[in-house]
Ligand binder design. Structure first.
Ligand SMILES: Cc1cc2nc3c(=O)[nH]c(=O)nc-3n(C[C@H](O)[C@H](O)[C@H](O)COP(=O)(O)OP(=O)(O)OC[C@H]3O[C@@H](n4cnc5c(N)ncnc54)[C@H](O)[C@@H]3O)c2cc1C
Length: 417
């Protein structure tokens, strides 16, 4: 069914009997042209664009839990295109353009809200850096405005400007940055892929990858063997484990990242705000909750839950920046498993096994990449050539040292930088 105001009115008048589940719940078939391991944002997006852009619909997405139960439904929902280095900046620019047409494309309200993102500067040096970053963003065709202190004050009057340990010197405003409702993105892509014939198979854990004579032939799963001509590993924090099934050691570490949400409040924060002197970022959801997060927990882990020291650290950063937040009550916190790459940039590439592809290394910034990543991986799998926007996301850069994109100097061990 096509969603529209007319459909709501018609269903309202006829007892709401016409609504159907947004996607089917099929059993896996014995064979597919393409199997995608992982029903997160990137896996669903890849399936969607394989069908939409290339007409490849004999596709299964295999998800060990439920669709959207991984990081795609756990992030702090920030969508932006303010990367600096060549390679990343083209990619995220392309991804943001896809976001801007995504709701119409999917016929699904993902609540994409371009409310603007402001990164705060706390020293002259940091403001200079933001000026450079802004220039890079503008030359890439994206938007950026350098703000002085009064400019920041006009947008964010509730911040602590002077009494704080790190006074605010200015900021960089990215007006097209914002948020989207994270699980709606998973649901919209799932519905779009399903409508085009893709099988979304939940509760189906991949336990092995079948390889014959250097070529992938299928996967072993908790629901039996499935043959496939092409297989993509798109499992975020589980990349190391699944890649090992194909005999690969990948330069990815799995780390926990936490997020927090407060009780619903009246509208008070109408941008995405990033603190420049610590890892802290905040926005307000449409329900009114303040949604915020901080840094990694700094130990490798497969646990989807965080630890108290980082919770304390994040609250401290929040209080330093906006003391008013101390009056809000935190309702929930949760964790996700990040696929941290050594240079902080992703991989969308073939592997040494024919027909086996790898999509990983999104660090803590892969939500905004969801449309661009699926678009590029689908292009690579369908045509055999990398999409222009992702041509630099090669796996062998970690072996040769050529083409590293150290965007933030963070990498897997960014506490060491
Ligand atoms: C707290 C937090 C805040 C974040 N904030 C932001 C943000 O504000 N902006 C931003 O851009 N990014 C953010 N991110 C990062 C972003 O969420 C991730 O980079 C991105 O979602 C990862 O890709 P994904 O959606 O495909 O991953 P996931 O949703 O994790 O998908 C991977 C899927 O693979 C499945 N899987 C694993 N093993 C198997 C198996 N053996 N068989 C079958 N399926 C398997 C998992 O169950 C999972 O569903 C944040 C992440 C977290 C945790």
């Amino acid at each position: 069914m096509r969603y529209s105001a007319w459909a709501i009115a018609r269903e309202g008048l006829t007892g709401n009997r016409g609504w159907r589940p947004a996607w089917r719940d099929p059993d896996p078939k014995p064979a597919y042209d393409v199997v995608i391991i992982g029903g997160g944002g990137h896996g669903l997006s890849t399936a969607y664009y394989l069908a939409r852009n290339h007409g490849i619909t004999n596709v299964a997405v295999l998800e060990k839990g439920y669709l959207g139960g991984g990081n795609v439904g756990r992030n702090t929902t920030i969508v932006r295109a303010n990367y600096m280095l060549e390679g990343n900046s083209q990619f995220y620019s392309h991804s943001l353009k896809l976001w801007e047409g995504l709701e119409a494309d999917l016929n699904y309200n993902v609540m994409h809200s371009q409310r603007g993102q402001i990164m705060l500067a706390h020293s002259d040096g940091q403001r200079d850096l933001f000026a450079r970053r802004g220039n890079m963003m503008i030359s890439q065709g994206d938007d950026a405005e350098l703000l002085d202190v009064d400019g920041v004050r006009r947008h964010l009057p509730y911040l602590d400007f002077e009494q704080t340990r790190f006074p605010i010197f200015g900021g960089l405003l990215h007006r097209r940055g914002g948020t989207a409702r994270h699980d709606a993105v998973a649901w919209g892509l799932a519905r779009g892929a399903d409508r085009r014939g893709v099988d979304l198979v939940q509760n189906c854990e991949v336990t092995g990858i079948d390889i014959e004579n250097g070529r992938v032939t299928g996967v072993q799963t908790s629901r039996g063997a499935i043959r496939a001509k092409k297989v993509a590993i798109v499992v975020a924090g589980r990349t190391g484990q699944i890649a090992a099934m194909a005999g690969m050691r990948v330069p990815i570490e799995s780390h926990v990242l936490q997020a927090f949400v407060t009780e619903g409040l009246k509208p008070c924060i109408d941008h995405v705000v990033s603190y420049g002197m610590g890892h802290f970022y905040i926005s307000q959801s449409d329900k009114g909750g303040l949604v915020f997060g901080g840094d990694l927990d700094f130990y490798a882990s497969y646990a989807q839950r965080g630890n108290l020291p980082m919770a304390e650290h994040v609250m401290e950063a929040a209080m330093t920046l906006m003391p008013m937040i101390g009056r809000a009550r935190v309702l929930r916190s949760w964790g996700g498993i990040m696929d941290m790459s050594p240079d902080g940039s992703p991989v969308i590439d073939r592997t040494h096994v024919d027909g086996l592809y790898l999509n990983c290394g999104w660090n803590y910034g892969g939500f905004k990449a969801v449309p661009g990543s699926g678009y590029a991986l689908a292009h690579l799998m369908a045509t055999g050539t990398p999409h222009d926007s992702a041509a630099k996301f090669r796996l062998d850069r970690f072996e040769t040292g050529r083409g590293l994109m150290d965007e933030e100097g963070t990498g897997a061990q960014h506490n060491l930088h």
